[in-house]
Write a protein that binds this ligand. Structure first.
Ligand code: AHZ
Length: 310
C-alpha cells in the first residue's frame, strides 16, 4: 500500500536532518540547485540488510503454501499472472523465474529487432494492460514500438499486485507429486533452488532444495533449451507421459492458433502454456509474433480458475 502524504519538508530542505523527519517527503525541486548542502538521510548497513532479508523471508514463509505457482516469467507466464491476479485478488500467486531478469524472450521482437508484432485479436490484451501500439495497414496485426515497452509495462503491473510475489534467480528443479486415483499422480507443488545452485549440482554435492506447495502449477518455461520445457521433460523422466512430440518448424498461422487452443492441464495439477506446450504436442513454432503467448496466458489463467471455482 502507498503511504499517505505526510510531513512536507521546509522548502529547499537538503540536509540529512531534514530528510530524517519521520515521513518527510522531498520533491526533486527541493534538491535542484542545492547540491552543495545535499546529504542523504542517515542509515546503518545492518538496517539495509534487515529491510531486505526480513521481507524476503516473510515472503518465503507466506508463499510456501501458495494457491498457484507460475514457473517461468516470460511473456506467457507474466500474462497468466496478470489475468489471475486481477480476477482473483484473494489468491496467493507465486512466480518462479530462473533468470535474474524476468521477461524471457520478450525483450526483443525477433532477431535483434525492437518492434513486437501481435496478431489480432491479441491487441485486446495490450489495451487491457495499457500498452500503446500502432495499427498495421493490413488491419490484421498491431505493432508495439519496442518489445521492452510491452514487457516492462506488463511486469510493472504484475509486480505491483499485492497478491503476487516473484522469486527470480530461482529455479524450479523438480515437481512435488502425490498419489491420485490409485496409480496416477497429481502435481502438488514445486521444488526450488537458487539458479546458481541448480547449475552446480554436478560439482557441488549435498545442496538440498526448498519446496512450495500449491494445488495448481502453471508451467510456462518456453521451448527446449538449457532451461526451457522443464516441467514437460520432467513428466517424461518420471514416466507420467511417454514422450514429447518435439517443437516443429515455423508456421505462424498454424502455431499461434494451436498454442492458444491447446493450453490445458496436462496432468492433474499441472497446466502448461506458451512454447513449452509446443514440446508436448509437437506443435509448430511461430517465431517473432507474440499474440499466442499472451492469449495462452489468458487461457492458462482460465484453466486454473476452474479449479478454484469448482
Ligand atoms: O528463464 C526462463 C524464461 O524466463 C524461465 N524458466 C525456464 N526454465 C525454468 C525453471 N525454473 C524457473 N526450471 C524457468 N524458470 O521461463 C521463461 C520462459 O520464457 P520464454 O519467453 O522462453 O517462453 P514463453 O513461452 O513465455 O514465450 C516464448 C516466446 C517464443 S516463441 C519462439 C519461437 O517460435 O521460436 N521463441 C520464443 C522465445
Amino acid at each position: 500500500s502507498v503511504a499517505a502524504p505526510v510531513t512536507k519538508l521546509p522548502s529547499k530542505a537538503t540536509t540529512a536532518n531534514d530528510y530524517a523527519v519521520k515521513g518527510a517527503q522531498a520533491s526533486i525541486a527541493d534538491m535542484e540547485g542545492n547540491w552543495d548542502s545535499f546529504r542523504f538521510a542517515p542509515i546503518r548497513e545492518s538496517q539495509v540488510s534487515r529491510a531486505m532479508t526480513r521481507r524476503y523471508f516473510e515472503d518465503l514463509d507466506a508463499h510456501a503454501e501458495s494457491d498457484i505457482v507460475i514457473v517461468g516469467a516470460g511473456s506467457c507466464g507474466l500474462s497468466t499472472a496478470y489475468v489471475l491476479a486481477n480476477r482473483r485478488p484473494d489468491l496467493r500467486i507465486t512466480i518462479i523465474e530462473a533468470g535474474v531478469a524476468p521477461g524471457g524472450g520478450a525483450w526483443l521482437g525477433g532477431q535483434l529487432f525492437s518492434a513486437m508484432v501481435m496478431r489480432k485479436p491479441a491487441d485486446a490484451f495490450l489495451r487491457e494492460v495499457g500498452v500503446p501500439y500502432e495499427e498495421d495497414d493490413t488491419g490484421n496485426f498491431v505493432v508495439v514500438k519496442h518489445a521492452a515497452l510491452f514487457t516492462s509495462t506488463l511486469l510493472s503491473k504484475v509486480l505491483a499486485m499485492p497478491n503476487v510475489k516473484l522469486f527470480n534467480a530461482t529455479c524450479v528443479e523438480d515437481l512435488i507429486t502425490r498419489p491420485s486415483n490409485g496409480q496416477d499422480v497429481r502435481i502438488a507443488g514445486v521444488v526450488t533452488n537458487w539458479t546458481l545452485v541448480t547449475m552446480h549440482h554436478d560439482d557441488q554435492s549435498c545442496m538440498d532444495p526448498n519446496t512450495i506447495n500449491a494445488p495448481v502449477i502453471i508451467s510456462t518455461t518456453g521451448h527446449d533449451g538449457p532451461m526451457g520445457a522443464f516441467s514437460v521433460k520432467r513428466l517424461v523422466s518420471m514416466q507420467r507421459i511417454e514422450k514429447l512430440g518435439g517443437m516443429r518448424g515455423l508456421d505462424m498461422n498454424t502455431a499461434e492458433d494451436a498454442i492458444v487452443k491447446n493450453t490445458r492441464e496436462i496432468v492433474p495439477g499441472l497446466i502448461v502454456g506458451g512454447m513449452e506446450l509446443s514440446e508436448v504436442d509437437g506443435a509448430n513454432r511461430m517465431g517473432p509474433t507474440f499474440g499466442a503467448m499472451v492469449l495462452s496466458g489468458v487461457k492458462a489463467a482460465e484453466e486454473a480458475l476452474r479449479v478454484f471455482e469448482t
